[in-house]
Ligand binder design. Structure first.
Ligand code: MG
Length: 295
């Protein structure tokens, strides 16, 4: 009996026993699938059908169209996706005006054009419409004060509730200090989404802009599954195809967070390329899948 107890304690407490326990738990958490998506300009092809054929051959499961004119493209996109294993992921902006415009006419233009895109996004089953409240260069802009932040959250609340009715969301995209100094971290966008108090207001991370983050891993976790609704990806030096910037293109820290979170939305390509698209896109997809599998 004494020997048996000692033996049992040995099994439970030796490093080997502990590590096999952790490994088993991690394996259970880390089976999250990498759902890759392309913006429309990413795949080679003369038209949407050719582009989607290429995507399908690569096992790409998401398609991210631009928002401009989306209402007039709903049928075209629905037809093109019929009988394919590709869904609309997020919709990339495409509205006129901006939500923090000082000029009421510019704000009104934002409200109407954004709502048209949100409605179309809902019809397409999209995860949400990506937006930035104001780029640094957009003027005249409401002053960046506490009152403006409160106003932004109120306005986003209304927009988010509209998006919920349409069956979709609005997704805040943090950029970098040169483009949007007040919303440059995933955590910044997540906090605004939280304060908007609407299930229809979410945020995203873009590996390109996330060069300003102290940690990719921490950045995604700062939003968590409650707010993280989309991810953009590009190479980390020149914003071209992942892999074209060599060793810089390491996404494993962020991927580890996404896997642990059980992130079930899309990782979508938003980038150019310096090479032959057919080759660089294929290499990028292989690189991302390999890094995802590694973590
Ligand atoms: Mg982006």
């Amino acid at each position: 009996m004494q020997t048996t107890l000692a033996g049992m304690a040995g099994v439970a407490l030796t490093p080997m026993g502990l590590s096999s326990c952790i490994t088993k738990k991690d394996e259970e958490k880390l089976t999250t699938t990498l759902n890759l998506s392309f913006q429309e300009g990413i795949p080679p092809g003369e038209n949407l059908t050719e582009k989607l054929d290429f995507m399908e051959s690569m096992g790409i499961v998401g398609f991210e169209p631009g928002g401009r004119g989306l209402a007039g493209r709903v049928n075209e996109i629905q037809e093109a996706l019929k009988n394919r294993n590709i869904k609309v992921s997020a919709i990339c902006a495409g509205f006129d005006g901006f939500i923090l415009a000082e000029d009421p006419e510019v704000k009104a233009t934002f409200d109407s054009t954004m709502r048209d895109i949100v409605a179309a996004a809902g019809e397409l089953g999209s995860t949400g419409v990506i937006m930035v409240p104001a780029f640094n260069g957009q003027k005249p802009c409401l002053p960046h004060t506490q009152e403006t932040r409160d106003y932004l959250c109120e306005q986003l609340h209304e927009l988010g509730e509209y998006a919920v009715k349409c069956g979709t969301t609005v997704i805040l995209e943090p950029l970098n200090r040169r483009e949007c100094f007040y919303m440059r971290l995933v955590g910044d966008a997540a906090a605004i989404a939280r304060d908007a108090q609407s299930e229809g207001v979410k945020c995203m991370g873009d590996f390109w802009h996330m060069q300003e983050e102290a940690s990719d891993y921490g950045a995604f976790w700062s939003a968590g599954t409650k707010y993280l609704q989309h991810v953009h990806i590009a190479s980390r030096g020149r914003r071209i195809m992942p892999g074209e910037d060599g060793d810089k293109d390491d996404y494993r820290d962020g991927f580890r967070a996404l896997k642990q979170m059980g992130y079930d939305k899309f990782v979508s390509f938003e980038c150019g390329t310096k090479g032959d698209r057919r080759e660089t896109v294929t290499a990028a997809v292989n690189l991302l899948r390999a890094q995802w599998d590694e973590v």
